[in-house]
Design a protein around this ligand. Structure first.
Ligand code: HEM
Ligand SMILES: [Ca+2]
Length: 334
């Protein structure tokens, strides 16, 4: 009698402590693919419809939207911090070096937000819209689809300095880029799979021209660059020319999400130094992963979907942390 009273009361204490901890630290809550099942059950198809119509007039926008999610998640987690404009205390991430004049698609996120608000007002976060837009972008471009874990909330701040330090730079070596991924809990397989997003979209000459003429002060091009591809790139990006000129990240299928990116690397036709390093760094663990994705598109697609989920799980705000922004560009009430 006493012992059963004791064990049931200690059980109640345990339950009470658990509830208290979950209330105090709601950010421990998991995202869920059914988060909006009762509040906005159509949200995925609303997002998909707007992304499809954006793709109809801009074949590049899917690539841009996937990148937007990446550049949000790597800086303080997937919390839509990237979407905030400059204002009073906010120094925007948009103006950080890797983003300014480079990240695009903010207008499409606003269009999606408007469409979502029209059907379910005040419940869907901008951070979840970005995650859903990334999935639609991959699947509508020929890539994998996956159920997106949801329930993120939107930040109250931006972190411009964080964007300048946490995002990988195309001139960094593989060890540095690997450490930036591991800093957010992503491993080498995630790095290779997610780099496969360079299967579509564009890059500006300024992001790879250091490879074309005087690589690392050698007065020669990057030796890991295929010579005919080098000639093509030199024509697109003449020395001291316009650094904003665009070229395809994957010239073999510019707007399609496929495994060709990995064959490009095997053929010394990676556009960015950070791309080619995945295959050309002697002894690196990434080499065999590139080879396996190059030979098996479904292996790449399965890994890509899982790694996008992993990236989408980077320290989200959940529970009562953050807010559901009414306008993705600004904190509520500002
Ligand atoms: C591994 C480290 C990475 C580096 C160093 C890197 C760097 C870059 C650079 C320099 C550009 C061209 C930007 C410009 O010229 O304006 C670019 C474009 C792009 N990146 Fe990455 N990236 C990396 C990883 C990723 C990841 C993880 C994703 C997504 C999962 C991604 C998706 C894209 C896409 C889709 C584009 C084309 C965007 C467009 O056309 O608007 N990248 N990246
Ligand atoms: Ca963020």
């Amino acid at each position: 009698m006493f012992s059963s009273f004791f064990s049931s009361s200690s059980y109640l204490v345990l339950v009470a402590i658990t509830i208290a901890v979950l209330t105090l630290y709601p950010s421990n809550a998991q995202l869920s693919t059914t988060f909006y099942a009762s509040t906005c059950s159509n949200v995925s198809s609303i997002v998909r419809t707007v992304v499809q119509s954006a793709l109809n007039s801009d074949s590049r926008i899917g690539a841009s939207l996937i990148r937007l999610h990446f550049h949000d998640c790597f800086v303080d987690g997937c919390d839509a911090s990237l979407l905030l404009d400059n204002s009073g205390s906010i120094q925007s991430e948009k103006d950080a070096i890797p983003n300014k004049g480079s990240v695009r698609g903010y207008d499409i996120i606003d269009n999606i937000k408007t469409a979502v608000e029209n059907q379910c007002s005040g419940v869907v976060s901008c951070a979840d819209i970005v995650a859903l837009a990334a999935e639609s972008s991959a699947s509508l471009s020929g890539g994998p689809s996956w159920n997106v874990p949801l329930g993120r909330r939107d930040s109250l701040t931006a972190n411009q300095a964080g964007a300048n330090s946490a995002l990988p730079v195309p001139f960094e070596d593989l060890a540095t880029i690997t450490s930036k991924f591991s800093a957010v809990g992503l491993d080498t397989t995630d790095l290779v799979a997610l780099s496969g997003a360079h299967t579509f979209g564009r890059a500006q000459c300024s992001t790879f021209s250091s490879r074309l003429y005087n690589f690392n002060g050698t007065n020669n091009p990057d030796p890991t660059l295929d010579s005919s591809y080098l000639t093509t790139l030199q024509q697109t990006c003449p020395q001291n020319g316009d650094g904003t000129v665009l070229t395809d990240l994957d010239p073999s299928s510019a707007d399609t999400f496929d495994k060709n990116y990995f064959a490009n690397l095997q053929n010394n036709k990676g556009l960015l130094q950070s791309d080619q390093e995945l295959f050309s760094t002697a002894g690196a663990a990434t080499v065999s992963i590139v080879n396996s994705f190059s030979s098996d598109q479904s292996a790449f697609f399965t890994s890509f979907a899982q790694s996008m989920i992993n990236m989408g799980n980077i320290s989200p705000l959940t529970g009562s942390n953050g807010e559901i922004r009414a306008d993705c560009k600004k904190v509520n009430g500002s």
